[in-house]
Design a protein around this ligand. Structure first.
Ligand SMILES: C[S@@+](CC[C@H](N)C(=O)[O-])C[C@H]1O[C@@H](n2cnc3c(N)ncnc32)[C@H](O)[C@@H]1O
Length: 534
């Protein structure tokens, strides 16, 4: 069958050869950092490759395979054909051409008359450490703007970026049967999901993206991933999944001629309609108890209250099929800021006529629909096993969390603890025993020379790294939570000590105790309450 996709090709023997070569060159993240050093790595992160090229030059001249592979596939620069042949002994230049990694064009020469080869793809190591363990993969994607020296094509296949890292960091990694990665791109989330799911379906509208994703799965020896083409939930029409993850093309884009529609970031719908489609789709495609997690943007129209649109997508808590939800807004941009972010992302610099033209297109679109702000964040939803919603939490959180290995376990705990909190009324909560979590510290601030604190707060080391202002009663309560006395007994003792009415103190403290339990500052005594809070 003719291959009409201009992306990498899937030839198992050649991919195995490439894997051997990458392994023997020690093509890893820390090895690259050591090759070009901290400053060049930082410059590269800012989109400047000169320092890294200079740092790798001696290695390239000395036929060091790591330096050669890094120059071609990470920096996107041409190298002498003989040098690349030396760095790819198993695959060979013909194999690299056949796989679509380097250009077929054999005419290029350098100043000394040596034949050059040019990369066609970006191929780089990617490493991670999470609650399952640490690992390294190699990820192929399209060359970026820096290497291309021009704007990206509209069907550009993105490599692992900041948003990919955000999603993989919040991904819950508990063993599941079937997982769906919607909009898989280069396939990195599908690779992550394949570590804890028995079966993964990875979908994308882009044939080129699916090709890269499948190439990456084969290159990294991942099995159990099925690749399907189609929009949103179309390719999985009647199927249910225990887990759905998606870093969808959520970027709000004006639908007027002359505004590029990048497939990797734009789902082709109006405003934030893709988000509502994904939330509704999650309702129809989760097994009971199943969890979906995705990144997204949501618009604020006119004088909308916080999360008004997201609330509407989630629907009423009592309606059939309603989902538990924990929505975290990480950033709120006003309309001009939002336009600037995504115009810059497309490679257009401020101060140019093109930048002005695109800004007008974005602001016209926002004006037409009265969009004043756009929120960015992540959504975790669960289909309740018994159909009863126990969690609806929509909040702005500034900290991205300080949890080693990502927020996945913290979010999973939140889903579990919400069920527990909903299952105990205040009378039962008074009988529970709680412990202060080991990562919680107390802050006290004083006016100079004054013994009475002016501010008391609890700070969390893990989770979202929250800081919660306290008063004397709650501070004293938390201080007494060592898993020994039940909540009600501590409150009674405090009422005596502070000489206040016990019922009033209880009514004041219990909702705040529930909040501290939810955010992870207080832990119920799992053994006593039959809770598995891992
Ligand atoms: C931001 S990229 C995410 C890539 C990858 N999952 C990651 O986390 O790095 C979004 C992907 O969604 C795909 N996409 C765009 N429109 C889509 C649609 N309507 N249905 C499914 N996928 C779509 C794009 O081709 C692109 O690969």
């Amino acid at each position: 069958m003719p291959d009409d996709t201009d992306a990498v090709r899937l030839e198992p023997e050649l991919i195995a050869g490439l894997r051997d070569d990458l392994e023997s060159a020690c093509f890893g993240v820390s090895e690259l950092d050591a090759l070009w050093g901290e400053q060049a790595a930082a410059a590269l992160f800012r989109g400047q490759r000169s320092a890294a090229r200079r740092a790798a030059a001696a290695g390239v001249a000395g036929a060091n395979p790591l330096a050669i592979l890094a120059t071609v596939f990470v920096l996107g620069l041409p190298v002498e054909e003989a040098a690349l042949a030396n760095a790819l002994p198993a695959l060979g230049i013909a194999g690299a051409r056949r796989l679509g990694l380097v250009s077929e064009d054999q005419g290029d020469e350098d100043a000394r008359g040596a034949r050059l080869v040019r990369p066609l793809v970006d191929l780089r190591p990617y490493s991670f450490a999470d609650d399952i363990g640490a690992g390294t993969w190699w990820i192929a994607s399209d060359l970026g703007e820096l290497a291309l020296g021009r704007a990206l094509r509209e069907d550009h296949v993105l490599g692992v970026g900041g948003a990919s890292n955000t999603l993989s960091a919040i991904m819950i990694r508990e063993p599941v049967g079937a997982a769906l990665d919607l909009g898989t791109g280069c396939g990195v989330q599908a690779l992550h999901a394949a570590r804890h799911a028995a079966r993964v379906v990875a979908t994308d509208v882009s044939k080129r993206a699916l090709r890269f994703a499948e190439f990456n799965a084969r290159l990294n020896g991942a099995s159990g991933i099925e690749f399907r083409r189609g929009s949103l939930f179309e390719p999985v029409a009647e199927e249910l999944f225990d887990q759905i993850v998606s870093n969808p093309p959520f970027v709000i884009t004006p639908r007027v001629p002359g505004v590029p529609e990048y497939e990797y970031r734009d789902g082709g719908m109006t405003g934030d309609a893709i988000m509502s489609a994904i939330v509704r789709g999650a309702r129809d495609h989760l097994t009971p108890g199943g969890v979906a997690q995705f990144l997204g943007n949501w618009e604020y129209h006119g004088d909308d209250e916080a999360f008004e649109r997201v609330q509407a997508w989630l629907g009423q808590e009592r309606e059939p099929g309603a989902l538990d939800a924990w929505v975290v807004e990480r950033e709120l941009q006003d309309a001009p800021q939002y336009a600037e972010t995504w115009i810059r992302d497309g490679g257009t610099r401020p101060g140019t006529p093109e930048f002005e033209r695109l800004t007008d297109a974005w602001l016209d679109d926002f004006d037409e629909r009265d969009v004043r702000y756009v929120g960015f964040g992540y959504v975790t939803v669960r289909r309740p096993e018994d159909g009863r919603v126990t969690l609806r939490r929509l909040e702005s959180v500034e900290s991205s969390g300080s949890e080693q290995g990502g927020l996945g376990p913290h979010l999973a705990r939140g889903l579990r603890i919400a069920r527990w909190l909903a299952s105990v009324d205040d009378g039962q909560l008074r009988l529970a025993t709680l412990r202060t979590a080991p990562d919680v510290t107390e802050e006290r601030h004083f006016w100079p020379g004054n013994d009475d604190p002016t501010l008391l707060a609890l700070s969390q080391g893990g989770g979202f790294g929250r800081r919660i202002a306290m008063d004397t009663g709650l501070t004293a309560f938390v201080g007494a939570c060592d898993g020994d006395l039940p909540v009600g007994v501590i409150i009674g003792a405090l009422a005596d000590l502070l000489d206040v009415d016990a019922a009033r103190l209880s009514a004041d403290l219990l909702p705040r105790i529930r909040e501290l339990v939810f955010v992870g500052m207080l832990e119920p005594d799992g053994a006593a309450d039959g809770l598995d809070l891992r």
